[in-house]
Design a protein around this ligand. Structure first.
Ligand code: CA
Length: 223
């Protein structure tokens, strides 16, 4: 999934690129409208994100020029301007969606997913943390490119932790979501499965990803 991002705020552009790369998107950045247009004409993109206030060619104008060449590529406009008039300018220029700054990265991600779904672009369904990858389509897991064989239950546990990466997940959450059960507090079945999973995804690899938070639960993260 390849994205063209036309954004003159360098810090915001690199923040977006970093976040999108972690989600498996490839992002090319243009810092002004003219460069954005020439990248668009030279390459093919699955989605285009445009700021409005840009050097040389503004986002509305750029959107019109893009639409003149390509009616289908999804265009999301990203801007500090948040009045209704600006929004309708964006839609009149041919934008498919509009997101006002400041925004939460998660919202950008959700909107991009919705746009690509609508446009029928096939998205690679891969969750990633460091060099650990979980493919939601064929339910395979690799670490540093090596295939890791998991049982159905281990896979379900890992998928749940990957979806919630960076968050501490309690044993109760795990028992409800992965086993669809409420365990007696005395049972150690989750700890046992965590230790199986840890052996498979962490043993012999660095950094360690599956961490125990004493008294709280477990978290999947890089440090
Ligand atoms: Ca700008």
């Amino acid at each position: 999934m390849k994205i063209l991002l036309v954004e003159d705020e360098e810090r915001l552009a690199s923040f977006i690129r970093k976040g999108m790369s972690a989600e498996g998107y490839e992002v090319e950045i243009a810092y002004d409208g003219r460069t954005g247009l020439s990248l668009f004409r030279r390459n093919s993109y699955d989605i285009i994100i445009l700021d409005i206030n840009l050097p040389h060619i503004n986002g509305f104008e750029l959107c019109r020029l893009i639409r003149a060449d390509n009616e289908n590529v999804p265009v999301l406009m990203l801007t500090a301007l948040d009045s209704l008039a600006d929004k309708s300018d964006g839609f009149n220029a041919g934008a498919d969606d509009y997101l006002a700054k400041p925004f939460e990265f998660q919202e950008l991600l959700l909107r991009l997913r919705a746009l690509t779904r609508r446009s029928g672009v096939k998205q690679k369904q891969v969750l990633q943390l460091a060099d650990l990858e979980l493919n939601l389509d064929n339910k395979t897991v690799t670490r540093a490119g090596e295939r890791i064989d998991l049982t159905t239950r281990e896979y379900a546990l890992l998928e749940y932790l990957m979806i919630n990466k960076g968050k501490t997940i309690s044993r109760v959450d795990i028992s409800e979501r992965v086993w669809s059960l409420n365990f007696d507090t005395g049972t150690n079945v989750i700890d046992v499965y965590i230790s199986y999973l840890r052996k498979k995804i962490d043993k012999g690899f660095s950094p360690k990803l599956l961490h125990t938070i004493v008294g709280m639960g477990y978290v999947l993260r890089e440090s």
